[in-house]
Every structure is written in C-alpha cells, then in structure tokens.
Write a protein that binds this ligand. Structure first.
Ligand code: AHE
Ligand code: ZN
Ligand code: ZN
Length: 290
C-alpha cells in the first residue's frame, strides 16, 4: 500500500466557490476512500464545455462550493474496504457514467446509463451521502462522481476503468468524455448529426450536448413523419467499465486518434486559461498536468 493509505491527503485543487466566478487554486484535504471507493492521484485532466456549463450556474444540478472536472486519468493511490478490481499503482480513467453490472440499466444492452449511484452523484456526494473533500474547514461537493480538478480524488469503484499501464495519461484523459462521447455517438448510435442533415426515411440524428435548465429543442413534425429518427446519447452509449479499456487499446494500436485533439498542454495552475482557450475557440482540448 502507498505510504499515504488511510491518511487524509493535502493537495492542490481548483475550487469553484460559487457560480460565475473563476476557479481558485487551493490546498484541499482529501479523506481516505471508504468501502467500495478508490482514491486516485490525477495525473492529467482536461476541461470540457460541461464543466464550464456547470460553473456558469446553468446546470440545474450544480452545487457550490465544488471541485469540477470529469475528463481525467490517473493512478490508484489506495482502495477502500471490499474493493477487488483495483490496487495501488493501477492506471485508471474515472467514469462519470459508472457500470455496476447489476442494475436494470446495466443488464439492458440498449443503454449505458447505470443508475446505481445517479441520485447521490447528482447531489455532489459519494454514495454514502457524504463528501471526501474539505477546504478551509468547509465541505466541498464532488462533481459527476469524478472531480478531476483535484490532484487526488475519490470515486466509487464502479466509476473507474482500469487501463493499459503503458498508456500516456496526458493523452488518454480525453477518453474520459469528449472523444468517447463523439466517437460513440457515431459508431454506437448514428452516422449523422443534425436532424435536417440526416437521410429521409432512415437517417438518425443524435443529441449529445447539454443545455441550460428549462431549454427545449423543436423540429417540424415532417422531419419525423418522413422516417428520420431523433434520439440522444450520453458518453457515446459506451458501457463504461468494459468499453474504455478497449478504446485505450484502440488508441495504443493507432486505430483511434487522440493526440490530434490536444491543442495545448499546460500546468494545472493555468486551468482558468484553459477555459478561456476553449471559449475563444483556440483549443479543442487543453490538457492540464499536476
Ligand atoms: N446535470 C445536468 C446533466 C448534464 C448532462 O446531460 N450530462 C451528460 C454528460 S455531459 C459530458 O460532457 C450525461 O452524461 N448525462 C447523463 C446523466 O445521467 O446525467 C443537467 O443539465 O441536468
Ligand atoms: Zn464532458
Ligand atoms: Zn448499473
């Protein structure tokens, strides 16, 4: 076991104290993992539009103060009681859609939306309804079950994929959301994007983005009457625990491109700049290294 197992770890994190305010780099305390939880050292994380969406205050589930971040990769530091699939030193990618393997959703091949811990995850808490993060004496919320904007984070053991130990974490972190979502939407769910652009009679349009609470989308019924299919998907439809290691392998075998999506690599302290680079369209993804 690591020398830090069982102890509170003090480390660097980007804290969102309130909506609409830039993140602040703070020293936070990360409690040890409880039963069926894993504490991870995040080596690399990237920023996704959904982090920005939640930071803006538009996310109906957004809670503050919080440690955002859901696209990361790291190394297992220690595991809680009853964890059998992971050990210290394993390379891992945290999963904002878990795969418990036993809920009604996991047992249905039509969906990847495991619901085992969805309620507490949406509340910004671990499955036992508590948080592992504190800063300046205040409890911080978790985010999407991952909180990768912290040098150390704690996730449920069903929210983690073990990957090839040789995979470059500063690249495969992108498989935690963006690339998997876009790639999966195409290969698992559809071949086209906009409903208007998809083929009359059989084309499928897939919604993958997030929208502010209360916003709606509309189309002319004609588009559907004429056989076009309109659906949505999260995380590209991948059943996460079993699929992410395969996507990492596809990347290692040079069958899936990832490096091409990394526009910049910056030190973690420059996280607010990576939000700016994303908003101004200068980056597809900025990878942040701790
Ligand atoms: N809390 C949000 C939900 C936002 C949402 O749709 N999230 C996507 C992931 S976005 C990745 O960049 C998702 O997978 N959702 C599945 C789920 O169960 O939330 C809101 O707006 O309510
Ligand atoms: Zn995302
Ligand atoms: Zn499940």
């Amino acid at each position: 076991m690591a020398g830090t197992a069982g102890q509170v770890i003090k480390c660097k994190a980007a804290v969102a104290w309130e909506a609409g305010v830039p993140l602040s780099i703070e020293e936070v305390e990360v409690a040890p993992p409880k039963a069926h939880e894993v504490r991870i050292q995040i080596v690399a994380t990237s920023v996704c539009h959904t982090d920005s969406y939640t930071l803006s205050g538009s996310d109906s589930e957004g809670r503050f103060p919080v440690i955002l971040g859901h696209e990361g990769a790291g190394i297992v530091e220690s595991v809680g009681e009853g964890v059998t699939s992971f050990k210290t030193g394993d390379r891992v990618i945290p999963l904002y859609i878990p795969q418990c393997g036993e809920c009604k959703f996991c047992l249905n091949p039509k969906t990847n939306l495991c619901q085992k811990i969805r309620v507490t995850q949406g509340q910004g808490l671990m499955p036992d309804k508590t948080s592992r993060f504190t800063c300046k004496g205040q409890q911080l919320y978790h985010y999407m079950g991952t909180s990768t904007f912290s040098e150390y984070t704690v996730v449920a053991d069903i929210s983690l994929a073990k990957i090839d130990n040789a995979a470059p974490l500063e690249k495969v972190c992108l498989l935690g959301c963006g690339i998997s979502t876009g790639y999966g939407a195409v290969v698992n769910v559809a071949k086209r994007a906009a409903l208007e652009a998809c083929h009359k009679g059989w084309g499928t349009s897939v919604i993958i983005g997030v929208a502010p609470a209360g916003h709606e989308i509309a189309t002319r019924p004609f588009q559907l009457v004429t056989g076009r299919i309109w659906k949505g998907t999260a995380f590209g439809g991948w059943k996460s625990v079993q699929s992410i290691p395969k996507l990492v392998k596809e990347y290692m075998d040079k069958k899936l491109k990832v490096d091409e999506f990394v526009s910049f690599t910056l030190p973690f302290n420059q996280i607010n700049e990576s939000f700016d680079l994303m908003h101004t369209g200068k980056s597809i993804r900025t990878v942040l290294l701790y």
